[in-house]
Design a binder for this molecule. Sequence first.
Ligand code: MN
Length: 718
Amino acid sequence: MHKIEEISTINGLIDRIFSYNPDTDFDLLRRAYAFSKEAHYKQKRVQGSPFIEHPLAVASILTEMRMDGATIAAGLLHDTIEDTDTTVDDIKGLFGDEVDFLVESLTKLGKMEFRTTAEAYAENFRKIFLAMAQDIRVILIKFADRLHNMRTLEYLIESKRQKIASETLEIYAPLANRLGIGWLKSEFEDLSFRFLEPRIYGELVRKVAKKGEEQEGYLEEVTEIIENKLAEASISGKVFGRVKHYYSIYQKMQKQRIPFEEVYDVLALRITTDTKSNCYGILGLIHSLWTPVPGRFKDFIGAPKSNMYRSLHTTVIGPKGEKVEIQIRTKEMDKIAEEGIAAHWRYKEKHAISEKEDKYFTWMRDLIHSQKDLPDAKEFLAAVKGNIFPDVVYVFTPKGDVIELAQDSTPVDLAYNIHTDVGHQCTGAKVNGKIVPLRYKFKSGDTVEIITSKGHKPSRDWLKFVNTQKAKARIKQWLKGEEREKGRALGEELLEKALRKHGLSPSLSKSPEALEAAKSFNLKTYEDLMIAIGYGKLSALQLVHKLLPESAEVEQAVKRESRKAPEEKGIRMKGVDNIMFHRSKCCSPLPGEPVVGFVTRGRGVSIHTENCPNLEAVTIDTDRLIDVEWVEDGKADSTYSVKVSIFTLDKTGVLADISAVISANNINIHHIDASATTGSQAHFNLILELKSKAQMADILKKLSLINGVLEAKRVRAA
Ligand code: MN
């Protein structure tokens, strides 16, 4: 963890500053220390120790942020004007304009009175922002001050503790996060959590420690596998085990309504390396070792967060089948993730800020400018909230209640937030009196009225735009119930039809004999049986065969059915037989690629590549996924249609070269069309008949080597 030991002597402090900035004016620091000690001479801390301990600790925290001499001197002096006879002129005369400016700004920030009204928050924010606008170091000293007060909060009386801890959680932690100072945000949150919810906090600390012990060996094993793989590939990288901070675990449990035991990323791994391209290289290695969990990969290097955070995140199914979260970043990115604006400020001293870095903090400047036109504290709050809490929006009900929602929430999210039935029956919404589409994204301050209609049902389309976990979960739950009901009804229909066809009574489908037969397929209830038939996991004919084992006619029919067996198509299902297969058009899987079967209603099983984005979108009911595997590696004669897209310079003859290369490799072209695209480029769409993944890789490589070809790639149609 980040926390470095607090230093409690001025000499210790000077030693540490010397280690990172030997040019500091140490005389200034010694004088500031002596002055502060003298000024606070009569004061004691609540626990009875000399007051100077506090400014010293604040200065120590500032050295953790590797601040400059003036900032640390101001840290030593920060309470002198507020608490003692010291005047502004004293500070200015003795320590100069720079230190005086910092101390004066901090004094103006003052002891912020915490009230629960929005106006009080607004006023506090406004003060902080005004100070920050002039010099970011003011807020860093304020952070250090607050952090030491939080670290020693146990000595205060209960009511004061609650007040300070709430304020820290609601104002300081989000602000630290916004400024990108990861370690400070975590420590603010955990300390607040500890004092606000002592019982839950204690319980969580115990559970995390236990889990840490249990999983230590496992993480070591995973670490070793990764390290070996990195060495093999000659990529530099260091693997660290990491424990999520307590408050973020607690938040996850609350948000997803799950017990501690179900939070899988309590322990996670972080890999640091030297270069950006190494990050992607390592990601590739990790994904080749273990299957990534779909939808869990996030590229914050390509698209950094607004607080400068950069990293790759992925979750994989580890060697024991457990989900493991892995973060990959350069050492530099790691530093920025921990130190945020503090690191940024430091660099500024040595060389100019790059334009790219600078853009991360434009939100701050914009805010400062806009506040000039917003004299009303309430209006200012609205402006600030959009910036400090970019992840949430606040909307009003017609009665004036405020509801907090995740950013990009829609009327459907709000409806489910109110009640599951309101969600299911939501047909529209009015925002500020006007009808809006269901996919409308709320802005803070919108007044929203949800329109419902009895008997209205959720739609699968909603999943494409809702943004809250709650709404997603409720919609999926409803769809799953409906899918099962449809599957059950279809199963019943198919079975009754098959029974009739072979001269049996359709009522036999619900007989004890049918249930007995179902047991030989591992199905325990009538419902399971009907769903299995409806989903196509079991054919109705197979069940009839169980009921009429003596019938030659049924025997024949079963044989005919199994002649269409999947093995002819090169794919075999694990554990189940006699089902129609087709390769899905969206991802056109090839032999050699990992595949998954999806049981459609009435159209057999569609085969998708494991990472097909469509698969994730359609799979509400995981009961409908089945394990399948290839029975050939492309050595057989079967070929498969694959869409390929080729971009070329629009020069004559290039298409002839493409055709020549393809036919020289004994590959059939099933279809080809060309469209001249922008300027001098041309674009060809081809459908090739290929045998395997290896053959595809080979031909794409050969195509891309043709003179005039810019890119040849496989296309996965949506
Ligand atoms: Mn203080």
